[in-house]
Structure formats: structure tokens, C-alpha cells
Design a protein around this ligand. Structure first.
Ligand SMILES: Nc1nc2c(c(=O)[nH]1)N[C@H]1C(S)=C(S)[C@@H](COP(=O)(O)OP(=O)(O)OC[C@H]3O[C@@H](n4cnc5c(=O)[nH]c(N)nc54)[C@H](O)[C@@H]3O)O[C@H]1N2
Ligand SMILES: Nc1nc2c(c(=O)[nH]1)N[C@H]1C(S)=C(S)[C@@H](COP(=O)(O)OP(=O)(O)OC[C@H]3O[C@@H](n4cnc5c(=O)[nH]c(N)nc54)[C@H](O)[C@@H]3O)O[C@H]1N2
Ligand code: SF4
Ligand SMILES: [Mo]
Length: 706
């Protein structure tokens, strides 16, 4: 074992019997960041994980994991796990590989990248997202490597940047209501979020609130598993949330349902916002959103009269052209009505800004040595691979599966298929993306490496101790980049840091207290040192330049943008693209399936069996006019592409909207395609994010075969 081997000691104080419980963290891109207990048995000289369970003592987790991660062992010990480096022997995309040694792999990577870097390091591009949310196996050693190289930078916009920037310009940071307070709310609005599926541990708090008499409201074009358990479901048209928020404001202002004291002390730009909201009377908003004016009135009434009200926003509602403005408009509501005064009121989109991650210590920007490489937007990777100038010559993919998850998949696949592109993929499995690699490198799973996590849905740091040795020849991302760096002759001290040393530098502090990695590691988790009854904006303290909630943003004005939130119609809709809407009259959304996590777990058989096969939820009226019956095979298509699935006729989606729960591995679908065949690469108003749910299609019945 080398000193930087991640297979470092088991947690201090662990019992030395045959069975051991290792304190771990769920690595997935989920707001809940559960603390896990991994039970390990010592069997003939090796450690075998035999059980994963939620940590009962960790307040957000409270002892339960979701169904997906309960199957984590099935994933880790999957017969298809990549166990050796592999090189391509077939056509790109064919998935034909042969094993070769780490030594050969590192030699070839160093040689190919070295030759490109000599001409122009910006021709090398990293592509990664949140396959693991860990700070060590995410952007630490990897980003150091790319900084030293001078590679292109990646704008990581595929998920959260529209809403993130919206919060930044409105509240000042990604800060919100404490998960642990939701059970004390009197009313919870699930706005564009299917918490039963994607935020289980907040949902259980909401159930508790419901038992105590709280009202639950869902705002969603689809009667999701969450919406069906709420008292009220408002099924608006996709991408119209900004208008609804302005409509609520209109009524609050008209009726004088305003916390004037809060507005005066802690907000900026009320007059400008009021003027904007004036134009959004319930009649107009009802028409834009495809709901009745009375619904807008009723929602505003409930929002003012039931206190405290907490809004749970998640990222589902910001995946349309106006997603940033919509989040800005919604984020103004708690300040207008004074709900921030209560710990159980306000709004939660993300809590990640409460953590002071030490990005500079993790990623070492000084390694850039004054260079300012170009930036490639990950949400338009198809376009970039085909058209960027200077061209992308090498792509290093880790913690992501772009061929399945990036929009406008046909272009993405075309880009990945370029014969002159050198592609390296670090993975657990031969995903749709790995199939296009020149070299695939086997990465460890969360059970096999060390990490430390922040969360975007609660206020706890969570430690991940390695439970078992790496399977086969797999290595942690950190170690893979360490070895590539060494092979390329990078001698900077930071490339010798161990995972443990990196984890120890991950945070600047832990709320009001110092960050103590050893303690977090030993206990498994640590709440940020914040007041127990955390109410972040009860008395203002917004981390904006003005210190106030900025209804009007001078920073946006300076950039030539609208300083006050407005409603921006979707790119693809009858208002903004009438001709397109005539040919493709249905809006498609493709939100997360319960048993998958993005495209992760799709290859875990028990979970895929539960999901069955790719399905399209379609309203009975929309099905009828197309001659589609429940169970028929259908094709969803537009000018960008087509994919096939089985129709499920029900009134879960509102009329005019079809729903394809996602994200399927393309190669595990009968036609080798998924919902991203029809999505496009246009970006949101703020944050340059993907607009997956801003998409028009037509649907037709097709014969069962093919
Ligand atoms: N089981 C599971 N959990 C997950 C994931 C997963 O794939 N599976 N993915 C994780 C990731 S990466 C993320 S970002 C989060 C996402 O978390 P969320 O953003 O909460 O995503 P969903 O749970 O699908 O909820 C989105 C809901 O928004 C609705 N919706 C779509 N368009 C609109 C719209 O324009 N307006 C409104 N009001 N509603 C709309 C959809 O119908 C859906 O019910 O979940 C995380 N958790
Ligand atoms: N149509 C449609 N498309 C979408 C979305 C949608 O709702 N609809 N959602 C979007 C959203 S919100 C997101 S966040 C993105 C998510 O897209 P991605 O970030 O690509 O997420 P995953 O599909 O889960 O792929 C993560 C990959 O990382 C790998 N991985 C996990 N841990 C490790 C590790 O430690 N090392 C290495 N090397 N690999 C690891 C997993 O095996 C998996 O293949 O997709 C987006 N795409
Ligand atoms: S995916 Fe989310 S809910 Fe499931 S175990 Fe991980 S953090 Fe918990
Ligand atoms: Mo996401």
C-alpha cells in the first residue's frame, strides 16, 4: 500500500470483531445526502460488504435509505463492474474493448494528452458532473490536474445553475429553510418538485407536518407521486412558473397582504417589483399557466393567511428558458409575505451555500499560472464537440454519462463518434458514454474510497470511510488523476496529497466552529454550527451587496439584464413559436424516475425491473385524438429526433403535456434511444443552464416491432 493509497484505516474506534459497521455517505446527486452504515464481514482474507442501511442517529437520514441506494451492494458487486483498464478495439460506440494494463493505459494517456497540450492545452476538455457529490472524488485532484495542464474549463450547468444564479441575485446565496424545520410548517408548497422521488427525507418531514394539520400544495404539470398526496394540485403548463409567482404577487399587493415592516427593513426594490406585478393580474396569469384565475387568487390567499408557509422548490421547475427569472420571482415571495420570520417558513431550493467549501484548497487555481483557458458549456457539449474553435481534441469524462444525459443526444453521440477525438472515460460500468471511449479506466465506488460531503438539502457534513478494498484493479478518481499527473511529470507537491489530506482541507469552517475532519470522520457526520432553530433571514442578513433581499438587482442591471424578475415564455410554446407548436403540439417533460438516479442504477436489474420499460404518460384526450390506447407502442418525435416507448394513458399529465420518466440508458431501451433525442441545447435566461423541459413534440402510434 503506497502512502496515498485510499485504503487507509477503518474508522477509529470501530469494533475489531468479524463484523464491522463502517460509517459512510450516500454519494449521489440527491439533496438528502444520507449517512450510511455499511456492514462489513471479514471473509477469507478480504472484506466483504454485506449490508447498507441508513444511520439512525443522523437527523436527516433517520435510519432509512431510498430503494435505489438500498441496492447499492447489487451495484457495487454487479457482474458488469469494470475491473481493469480497457482499450477500444471496435468502432466508436460499439462497446468493443480489450483489457490492458494500468501501465500501458497511463503511458498512452500521458503521450496523447502531452502531444495535444504541446500545441494547445485548451483542446483538452474535462467533462464531469455529480456521479459522486464527494469533494475528494469530485473536483479536487481532477481539477488540479486540469489547472496544471491549462485545459479548457467546464461550465457545469446541466442541473442547477439557473436556480443557483437566481438565488445569488435575489437572496445572495444558495441558502434556505432547514430541512429539520419542515415538520413545523403549517403549509408546504411543493413547487416543481416530486419530493417522494427525489427528496424522500424532506417528504417524511412533510408527512409529519400533514399529520399535525399542515396543508400541502403541489404545483406541477404532472400528478406526480408527490402531487397525489397533497391537498391541492395545481397543474400548470411547463415553464410558466414565473407568471404564476408574479400573479400571486399581484394579488398580495392588490389586497395589501404584505409584511410591510419586513419589506421596509430587509428588502430592496419593492416599487419596481410592484410595478412589474401590476401587469400580471390573475386573468392573464391563468391564461398563461393554463389554470383558472380563481386558482391564482386562492393560492395567494392561502399564502398570506396560513403561517408559516414553506416553499420547497427543486430544480425541476427551472429547466425552461425563463427558469432563472422564475426562481427569482418565487424567491421574492417569502420576503413579501414575511414568511422568513419563522424557522419553518421561507423557501428551500438549496442549502449548499451554508457550507464554506474551500474550493481553492481543493482545486488549486494557482496552477493555472496566469492562463485563462476558454470555457465549454457542458449543456451544449454536442454543439461544442462538433463546432468549437479551436476544436476539442481530447475529452476526459468522469462522474457523468453525457451520451445519455446531455440534451440533443444525436449531436452528442455524433460528437463522441468523431474519429479524431481522443476520449478517456473513468467509470464503474460500460455506460452509453464509455462505449465511445478510446480508453476506459475502472473507478471505485463509494464503498471502496474515502470522501467527505456537503449537502444541498440539509446542514450536515457527512464522512465516507472506505468499507472494502477496491474491486479488481479499480482506483479512486483521485488516484487515477494523481497517477496521470505523475506520468505527465507534474511534480507539484499538491499531486502527492492523500485523500485524507484533501478531505482535511475541504471546508474553511463548520458554521461558526472550526472544521475538524478527524471528528467528522470519526462520528460520520457533523451539523454545521448554526442555531438549532435556524431561520436564515428572520432579520434580514441577506448575503447580497445591499444586505437585503434584492427584488431589483443592480448587479443584473450592470450586466444589461432586467433587474426585476419577469416571466419569459418557453422557447418552444404556442406563444413564442406558433408554427412549431402547430406541428409539435405537445410539451414533453422527462423528470427523474423513482428507481433511477439520473442514469445511475438503470443497469441494476432489480431496479430496472421495477421501472419496467420506458413509458410515456399521455392524457386520455391527447391519446384519443391520436388513436393511441393504453399499452400501445408510440414514437415521440420532433425535428431533432425520435424515440419510442410504451404509452400509459392516464390523467396524471395535464392535457397537452406528455411525461417520459427518465433517464434511461439508451442501450437498454429497445430502440437504443432516450428522451434526450428530442431535447435541445438552448440555455436558460440566467446561469446558462440546460432547458430539458422546454421542448415540443408530436406523438404517433407505431407497430410493436422495432
Ligand atoms: N429517484 C431519483 N431522485 C433524484 C434524481 C433521480 O434521477 N431519481 N435526480 C436527482 C437530481 S440530479 C436532481 S437535480 C433532483 C431533481 O429534483 P426535482 O427537481 O425535485 O425533480 P423531480 O423530483 O423530478 O421533480 C420535478 C417535478 O417538476 C415537474 N415539472 C417539470 N416541469 C415543470 C415546470 O415547468 N413547472 C413546474 N412547476 N413543475 C415542473 C415534474 O413533473 C416533476 O414532478 O433530484 C435528485 N433526486
Ligand atoms: N432528459 C433529461 N435529461 C436530464 C435530466 C432530466 O431530468 N431529463 N436531468 C439532468 C440533471 S438534473 C442532471 S444532474 C444530469 C445528470 O447527469 P450525470 O451527472 O451524468 O449523472 P448520471 O447519469 O447519474 O451519471 C453519473 C455517472 O457517474 C458514474 N460515477 C459515479 N460515481 C463515480 C466515481 O466515483 N467515479 C467515476 N469515475 N464515476 C462515477 C456513474 O457510474 C454514472 O454513470 O442529467 C441531466 N439530464
Ligand atoms: S439517493 Fe438520496 S435518499 Fe437515496 S440514500 Fe442517497 S441521499 Fe438518501
Ligand atoms: Mo440534477
Amino acid at each position: 500500500m503506497s502512502p496515498d493509497d485510499p485504503r487507509s484505516a477503518l474508522p477509529a474506534g470501530a469494533p475489531s470483531s468479524e463484523r464491522q459497521i463502517v460509517q459512510a455517505a450516500c454519494p449521489h446527486d440527491c439533496p438528502d445526502t444520507c449517512a450510511m452504515h455499511v456492514t462489513v464481514e471479514h471473509q477469507v482474507g478480504r472484506r466483504v460488504a454485506v449490508r447498507v442501511a441508513g444511520d439512525p442517529s443522523h437527523p436527516p437520514t433517520r435510519g432509512s435509505l431510498c430503494t435505489k441506494v438500498s441496492r447499492y451492494l447489487e451495484r457495487t458487486y454487479h457482474p458488469d463492474r469494470l475491473l481493469t483498464p480497457m482499450r477500444r478495439i471496435g468502432k466508436k460506440g460499439s462497446g468493443d474493448f480489450e483489457p490492458f494494463s494500468w501501465d500501458e493505459a497511463l503511458e498512452e494517456i500521458a503521450r496523447r494528452l502531452g502531444a495535444i497540450a504541446e500545441r494547445d492545452p485548451q483542446a483538452i476538455v474535462p467533462y464531469s458532473y455529480a456521479g459522486t457529490m464527494g469533494l475528494v472524488q469530485g473536483e479536487a485532484m481532477a481539477q488540479r490536474f486540469f489547472n496544471k495542464l491549462g485545459a479548457s474549463r467546464l461550465d457545469r450547468t446541466i442541473c442547477a445553475s439557473a436556480g443557483g444564479e437566481a438565488l445569488h441575485y435575489t437572496l445572495g446565496a444558495r441558502i434556505g429553510t432547514d430541512l429539520e424545520q419542515f415538520e413545523n410548517s403549517r403549509q408546504i408548497i411543493f413547487w416543481g418538485t416530486n419530493a417522494v422521488v427525489s427528496n424522500l427525507h424532506l417528504w417524511s418531514r412533510a408527512q409529519e407536518a400533514k399529520r399535525r394539520g399542515a396543508r400541502l400544495i403541489a404545483i406541477d404539470p404532472y400528478r406526480s407521486l408527490t402531487a397525489e398526496h397533497c391537498h391541492e394540485h395545481i397543474a400548470l403548463l411547463p415553464g410558466t412558473d414565473g407568471a404564476l409567482a408574479l400573479g400571486i404577487m399581484h394579488v398580495l399587493i392588490r389586497e395589501g397582504w404584505l409584511d410591510r415592516d419586513y419589506i421596509e427593513r430587509y428588502t430592496l426594490g419593492f416599487a419596481a417589483l410592484a410595478e412589474r406585478a401590476l401587469g400580471y393580474d390573475p386573468q392573464r396569469v391563468g391564461a398563461i399557466c393554463g389554470i383558472g384565475a380563481g386558482t391564482v387568487e386562492r393560492l395567494a390567499h392561502a399564502y398570506w393567511h396560513v403561517r408559516p408557509t414553506a416553499i420547497r422548490l427543486n430544480y425541476g421547475m427551472q429547466r425552461a428558458r425563463g427558469g432563472g427569472n422564475a426562481v427569482r420571482a418565487i424567491a421574492c415571495l417569502p420576503a413579501l409575505a414575511g414568511h422568513w420570520r419563522h424557522a419553518a417558513g421561507g423557501l428551500l431550493l438549496s442549502s449548499s451555500g451554508a457550507f464554506e467549501v474551500d474550493h481553492a484548497a481543493l482545486t488549486r487555481p494557482e496552477l493555472l499560472a496566469g492562463r485563462t483557458p476558454r470555457t465549454i458549456n457542458m449543456s451544449a457539449i454536442g454543439d461544442a464537440l462538433l463546432h468549437a474553435q479551436p476544436p476539442i481534441e481530447a475529452l476526459i469524462v468522469y462522474n457523468s454519462n453525457p451520451v445519455a444525459v446531455a440534451p440533443q443526444s444525436r449531436q452528442v453521440a455524433e460528437g463522441f463518434a468523431r474519429e479524431d477525438l481522443f476520449t478517456v472515460v473513468l467509470e464503474h460500468f460500460l455506460t452509453d458514454t464509455a462505449d465511445y471511449a478510446d480508453i476506459v479506466l475502472p473507478a471505485t465506488t463509494q464503498l471502496e474510497h474515502l470522501d467527505v460531503h456537503y449537502a444541498y438539502g440539509h446542514l450536515y457534513m457527512v464522512a465516507n470511510n472506505p468499507a472494502i478494498d477496491p474491486l479488481g484493479q479499480s482506483l479512486p478518481n483521485s488516484e487515477i488523476f494523481r497517477r496521470i499527473a505523475r506520468r505527465m511529470g507534474f511534480v507539484d507537491e499538491c499531486f502527492r496529497e492523500t485523500d485524507d489530506q484533501i478531505a482535511a482541507k475541504a471546508f474553511v469552517r463548520c458554521g461558526a466552529s472550526p472544521y475538524d475532519w478527524e471528528r467528522v470522520r470519526r462520528n460520520g457526520w457533523q451539523r454545521l454550527d448554526l442555531p438549532a432553530s435556524y431561520a436564515p433571514f428572520a432579520t434580514g442578513n441577506f448575503p447580497t451587496p445591499s444586505g437585503r433581499c434584492e427584488f431589483s438587482s443592480a448587479r443584473l442591471a450592470q450586466m444589461g439584464m432586467d433587474p426585476v424578475p419577469d416571466y419569459l415564455a418557453p422557447y418552444e410554446g404556442p406563444g413564442s413559436a406558433p408554427e412549431l407548436a402547430r406541428r409539435f403540439p405537445l410539451a414533453i417533460i422527462s423528470p427523474p424516475a423513482r428507481n433511477f438516479l439520473n442514469s445511475t442504477f438503470v443497469n441494476v436489474q432489480s431496479l430496472r425491473q421495477t421501472e419496467g420499460e420506458p413509458r410515456l404518460d399521455i392524457h386520455p384526450q391527447d391519446a384519443l385524438v391520436r388513436g393511441i390506447a393504453d399499452g400501445d407502442h408510440v414514437e415521440v418525435f420532433n425535428d431533432r429526433g425520435a424515440f419510442r416507448l410504451r404509452a400509459r394513458v392516464s390523467d396524471r399529465p395535464r392535457q397537452g403535456v406528455v411525461v417520459a420518466l427518465s433517464i434511461w440508458w439508451k442501450k437498454l431501451a429497445a430502440d437504443g434511444k432516450n428522451a434526450n433525442e428530442v431535447t435541445h441545447q438552448r440555455l436558460t435566461d440566467l446561469g446558462r443552464a440546460a432547458t430539458f423541459y422546454d421542448c415540443l413534440v408530436q406523438v404517433r402510434r407505431v407497430p410493436e416491432t422495432g
